[in-house]
Design a binder for this molecule. Sequence first.
Ligand SMILES: [Zn+2]
Length: 327
Amino acid sequence: MCCSHNIEERSLESAQSAEKFDMDLIKGMKFFDPHVHMTSRTTDDYQAMADAGIVALIEPSFWLGQPRTGVDSFKDYYSSLVGWERFRSSQFGIKHYCTIGLNSREANNESLAEQVMEMLPLFMYKDGVVGIGEIGFDDQTAAEEKYYRLQLELAKEAGLPVQIHTPHRDKKRGTQRSMDIAVEHGLNPYMVIVDHNNEETVKEVLDRGFWAAFTIYPFTKMGNQRMVEITKQYGPERIMVNSAADWGISDPLAVPKTAALMKLNGISLADIELVTYRNAITAFAQSGQINEADFTTTIDQSAKFEGNSILRGGQQPRIDKSSIIIS
Ligand SMILES: [Zn+2]
């Protein structure tokens, strides 16, 4: 009794003040972040994610912050998503999946887009590729629409789920258009994950039978207090939370932090598990590529990928990261 009383008191305090993230709140829970750009993140991020209970993630193909100038840069990027980055993730015990696609921004460079489209089939059937993504609209141009449609056809042909990036500007219309076009191409909404939702889009996305993903991203897309309210209002069905952490100011712990905040706000553990773990697996496992048994990997930081390990210049594998001594 005394203990539960203490937890309640502490919970109340945490909810009221912008308190430090208390890892004890999520102890023993496991998480799946279905949208995070690890290529842009450090080994510290991987370590923190593993410590917070993230056991698996999906890295969608995206824009790298500046436009690529040739098709070979795309080729090397896709190769790293199915190769080196997956290996790097495994070194922290996190199972890495990816989605392959031509992002909406670079769809506007049509001569390059044509070459990328030709290359996509070489990567989309590889091991660990759980969908075509992230594709869709940015500025909602004609070129974006053209390559979105072509990639929907690729997904349909391959029987892969689709991960849709919805635009920041004119989001509601862009989201509706993305769904209309997917339906027009004969995709089952249950195979389509519509990402970067907010209060304005969620109802229609769910009503039409699509998956609704939410990106908890500081200052812009969604805060996790709003996410708590959305989960209370709509329930956990077909809803999933991600960090979309990338090269911008973002938070790779957004999923476990949101789970902690949900717990403090009285959302049931079963519902938290659905939106921070299970639903993403259900949606993307339709690719036939996700097996939960693979999540428990034994870590050997001296392992090598094509002759390279994550250890530089004779470093020893990390053993006690809480030690103040760095040797
Ligand atoms: Zn993204």
